[in-house]
Design a protein. Structure first.
Length: 82
């Protein structure tokens, strides 16, 4: 068992509601429509986009990760193998 009480290597993904932030394992998952915006006035800046936060563009079906700070997020696209 892992520290979460779940078997190692097993991850149960939460359902992301239309506009709700979800916290998983200490980091945030932010749903949205369209690509996130970088910088101090950007998506989740100063509120929810701490480093490691994942942003899910439900319209474009892409995911991004904040690789910078909470104050000034920089969103980098993530790639997944099919």
């Amino acid at each position: 068992m892992g520290v979460t009480g779940r078997p190692e290597g097993r991850f149960v993904a939460p359902v992301i509601a239309a506009s709700k932030r979800v916290e998983v394992g200490g980091f945030n998952i932010l749903p949205g429509a369209g690509a996130p915006v970088n910088g101090v006035g950007g998506t989740g800046a100063g509120t929810t986009a701490k480093p490691g936060t994942i942003y899910v563009d439900k319209t474009g079906k892409k995911a991004y990760m904040n690789t910078n700070t909470l104050a000034s997020p920089t969103w980098r696209g993530l790639a997944f193998d099919p």
